[in-house]
Design a protein around this ligand. Structure first.
Ligand SMILES: [Zn+2]
Length: 251
């Protein structure tokens, strides 16, 4: 079983280097006892990065995936150490921070936009796809017109400027299911979830999510939305991020 340490609290998403022990060595991959590399899921791509050992071995991480209760780090060997890595060895992980931070900003921008679409129109997000270059939000129902979208877009920029806090808390599943998030629920919670991880944007939105996010909306910076179609349904919005905003950690 791998502890996915990068989702424990808001600060954990900012950890860029860590040490962990090897639990298993499936072909072309490494399993650690804990990891700060984010495994792909919930529309957010996997992290990339480097694993090293004290004997000069170095491996590039090409993909991080869930496998039951473990997390598999698929690796390409960059430098071979004098002996093979063994179970119990300590490795040092370094996260590709530029890529991860883009995912964190984009993922938070998606929560913000999805929540403002829902609060104005009652339309939920069918699927969100987060990317370092561009992200998209597929809607349950089309928006009424481009004027509605313009108002939502303006409101999104305002909430970034207000630099709202983005918090994390865990609640028992029963407690969450008694009053589930109204804008969520299109995809049921996996049966294995016993504690629900809730991401809350101050005063605006609370939804279950397992991804990584920034600490404050100000860090998202400016969001460049792709123009919506002037004819036909507005059932998807896409965006790219420009430079990080206030409060961004040094790169
Ligand atoms: Zn999220």
């Amino acid at each position: 079983m791998t502890e996915i340490a990068c989702i424990a609290d808001p600060e954990a998403a900012y950890v860029r280097a860590f040490r962990a022990r090897v639990e298993a060595r499936p072909p072309g991959a490494l399993v650690l006892d804990r990891t700060f590399f984010f495994p792909a899921g919930g529309g957010q791509p996997s992290d990339r990065g480097i694993l090293r050992n004290s004997e000069g071995g170095e491996w590039a991480i090409t993909e991080v995936q869930h496998r039951g209760e473990a997390v598999i780090h698929r690796v390409t060997e960059l430098r071979r150490p004098p002996r093979l890595v063994a179970v119990g060895d300590e490795l040092e992980g370094s996260i590709d921070w530029e890529l991860r931070y883009r995912h964190m900003r984009a993922h938070t921008a998606q929560h913000l936009t999805s929540s403002l679409i829902f609060s104005r129109t009652g339309t939920r997000t069918r699927r969100a796809t987060i990317g370092a270059e561009s992200s998209s939000i597929e809607l349950e129902h089309p928006l009424a017109d481009s004027g509605t979208w313009d108002a939502i877009r303006g409101s999104t920029a305002d909430r970034v400027r207000e630099d709202l806090t983005v918090g994390i808390r865990f609640v028992p599943r029963d407690e969450y299911e008694a009053t589930p998030a109204a804008r969520s629920g299109l995809a049921p919670l996996p049966r294995s979830v016993t504690r629900v991880r809730l991401i809350a944007i101050e005063g605006i939105d609370t939804v279950p999510c397992g991804g990584t996010h920034v600490r404050r909306t100000g860090e998202i910076g400016s969001i460049e939305f792709t123009p919506v179609p002037t004819t036909g349904p507005i059932d998807r919005v896409s965006f790219r991020l420009k430079e990080p905003g206030s409060g961004a950690p040094p790169s």
